[in-house]
Write a protein that binds this ligand. Structure first.
Ligand SMILES: Nc1ncnc2c1ncn2[C@@H]1O[C@H](COP(=O)(O)OP(=O)(O)O)[C@@H](O)[C@H]1O
Ligand SMILES: [Mg+2]
Length: 349
């Protein structure tokens, strides 16, 4: 049942903890992404999600996730219930409710034919519910996050260690980014950060787990709170928009013909469907949270960060930069340089 010693140790640690003492694990499903994640099933019918940072330290901030979930869990919010935080508080083993449901937002979109305004609305409402959490009663040591500034730093201050550790595609991506002259715009955008709400910080379809139906009372859960904390709510909305634009760009057909028009005409899902999803998400969010024109402009610019982040994280693992990267860069440039026109194109029904 165990893939390795580390898994076995983690399971033993969970079984010795209060909520699970006396129960026996009957199944371990590995769900690794950046961290070591498992779904454990117990003989009494319960199941739990378990996460441990990778020993290399590249697993992110599970302690931050614990601190955020301590505040949000146990309420009506769309987050998994925190069941335990075990071991070293600086590198804890996180145990939460298993919210597998019918899969990630990406899976549910694919099941619905590639896009789904109903799921887009459900995701936006969940994000709005988090942004509505009162900040006055948060403890003084509640995490703060600033992913925009962190990304600009990661893209501009690169250590030799990173260049040698990552595949050559990464250095190539950074060269392209520098050559695009977008860095001053990225910096100026990051300077607009206003920490006014609890935010998720890493909204993307992988981190949104859906239930049975978008119209259900609790349709989905936001997971992976390692980047969460007090931050700028406009970041989460920008990421939600960026995720949809990314879905569209991932579906354009670069072999359909020589011109951009050919690629776009053959896109699956088509731009019009993605745009309907974006407009649905934005309308659902705006029905719950007051928004001004400057917020919309920042959403669009933060959506560019999302595309660049996906470009760079794919580049880390590729020797040669995939040709699609140029499309992400190109669109990110438009979003950053012409946010008002892009807002009109993307956000309006
Ligand atoms: N509470 C949960 N219940 C069920 N599955 C989960 C839960 N949290 C995360 N997952 C699944 O495990 C994957 C990895 O977890 P995540 O917290 O996103 O880790 P990472 O930081 O490595 O991305 C997620 O993409 C999701 O599919
Ligand atoms: Mg994740």
């Amino acid at each position: 049942m165990y893939q390795d010693r580390g898994t076995e140790e983690t399971v033993a640690q969970v079984c010795a903890a209060d909520p699970f003492r006396g129960a026996t694990v009957v199944d371990v499903v590995a769900l690794h992404q950046r961290s070591l994640c498992y779904r454990l099933r117990f003989d009494d019918g319960r199941s739990a999600f378990v996460k441990r940072a990778l020993p290399t330290g590249s697993g992110g901030a599970v302690d931050q996730e614990v601190a955020v979930l301590r505040q949000l869990s146990g309420s009506d919010l769309p987050v998994p219930r925190l069941l335990a935080a075990l071991g070293d508080p600086r590198a804890p083993v996180l145990v939460t409710e298993d919210v597998t449901g019918s899969g990630t937002l990406e899976t549910c979109r694919l099941d619905a034919g590639g896009t789904s305004p109903a799921w887009a609305r459900a995701a936006a409402r969940s994000v709005a519910a988090i942004h509505a959490v009162p900040t006055g009663s948060l403890p003084g040591d509640f995490p703060r996050c600033d992913p925009a500034r962190r990304l600009v730093r990661a893209w501009t201050v690169v250590s030799p260690r990173e260049v040698t550790r990552y595949a050559s595609g990464f250095a190539e991506a950074l060269r392209l980014l520098r050559g695009s002259h977008l860095v001053p715009l990225l910096r100026a955008t990051a300077d607009e950060w206003r920490p006014t709400a609890v935010v998720h910080g890493d909204i993307k379809s992988d981190n949104i787990l859906c239930g049975a139906a978008p119209e259900a009372p609790r349709p989905l859960a936001l997971v992976d709170w390692e980047a969460g904390g007090l931050g700028d709510p406009r970041w989460d909305v920008g990421c939600l928009i960026g995720d949809l634009v990314f879905t569209w760009l991932s579906g354009i057909d670069l072999d359909a013909g020589p011109s951009l028009d050919d690629w776009i005409a053959a896109a699956d899902p088509p731009f019009s469907a993605v745009r309907t999803d974006i407009a649905a998400a934005v309308a659902a969010y705006e029905a719950l949270v007051p928004v001004v024109a400057a917020d919309r402009r920042l959403w669009v610019r933060f959506a560019a960060f999302f595309l660049l982040q996906r470009l760079c994280s794919a580049a880390i693992h590729s020797q040669v930069l995939p040709s699609r990267s140029l499309a992400y860069l190109q669109v990110a440039g438009q979003l950053l340089r012409r946010p008002d026109e892009c807002a009109e194109l993307l956000l309006c029904p």
